[in-house]
Design a protein around this ligand. Structure first.
Ligand code: PEP
Length: 238
């Protein structure tokens, strides 16, 4: 299985020109990297410009770059007639060329009070509209609630990201032993073959251990994904 490396740019950078520059450097850097799937999740306002430059051509054996969003709303018109000021639907993302969407990131749970219930609704909307959903969790118990009512056959488009809160943006990654243990526990809980990623202070020094020793299928990367050289190094090491 190809490692999946997801870049979460969060609320960065502040200009379109910078976003384009970071993306171009990553694209150039991974040109010859082998067999990895890279997903770039910029802020909504940069999705459009980046969707014009991602390379949809899948070259066998080489790295492919796909587009992802950092969040999605659960309603899709005609329900509600689109009267949800400020929100972005799964259909909009799909029509823009997004293949992935991050759902339930700990920052959204913390600052925007997202609950397992709203995360569940977002997941349903994303999966029903053909997006691949990356569900972030830091506890095993969040899985069951988030997946309530989701049919087993839809889980093929679900990816789980284990992101221990203490490791996010702190520079203190989870130990490989603990991460590996959680990876196995999550797999046991979910009982379906899906990709499980690790996220939290990943850098080029620790990245390959999370994949090779802790046996994750890939990584979700915040800070280091905005540093093209470091991000490309991570991709090369895994
Ligand atoms: C994240 O926010 O998903 C994340 C993993 O951040 P960082 O890599 O900066 O810890």
């Amino acid at each position: 299985m190809k490692p999946l490396i997801v870049a979460n740019w969060k609320m960065n950078p502040q200009t379109m020109a910078e976003a384009k520059q970071i993306f171009d450097l990553i694209k150039k850097g991974v040109k010859n990297a082998k067999n990895t799937e890279v997903v770039i999740c910029p802020p909504f306002v940069f999705l459009s410009i980046i969707s014009n430059v991602v390379n949809p051509r899948q070259e066998r054996g080489l790295t492919t770059i796909k587009l992802g969003a950092q969040d999605v709303f659960w309603e899709n018109p005609p329900a509600g007639g689109g009267a949800f000021t400020g929100e972005i639907s799964a259909k909009m993302l799909k029509n823009l060329g997004c293949e992935y969407v991050i759902i339930g990131h700990s920052e959204r749970r913390k600052y925007f009070k997202e609950t397992d219930e709203t995360i569940n609704k977002k997941l349903k909307s994303a999966l029903e509209n053909g997006l691949k959903a990356i569900l972030c969790i830091d506890k095993k118990s969040q899985i069951k609630n988030a997946l309530k009512g989701i049919a087993r056959q839809q889980l093929k488009n679900l990816i789980l990201a284990y992101e221990p809160i203490f490791a996010i943006g702190t520079g203190k990654a989870c130990s490989i032993e603990k991460a590996r243990e959680m990876n196995f526990l999550i797999r046991k809980t979910i009982k379906t073959k899906i990709k499980i990623l690790y996220g939290g202070s990943v850098n080029s020094q620790n990245a390959s251990d999370f994949v090779k020793k802790a046996k994750f299928h890939g990584l979700l990367i915040g800070k280091a994904s905005l540093e093209p050289k470091e991000f490309v190094k991570i991709i090369e090491t895994v």
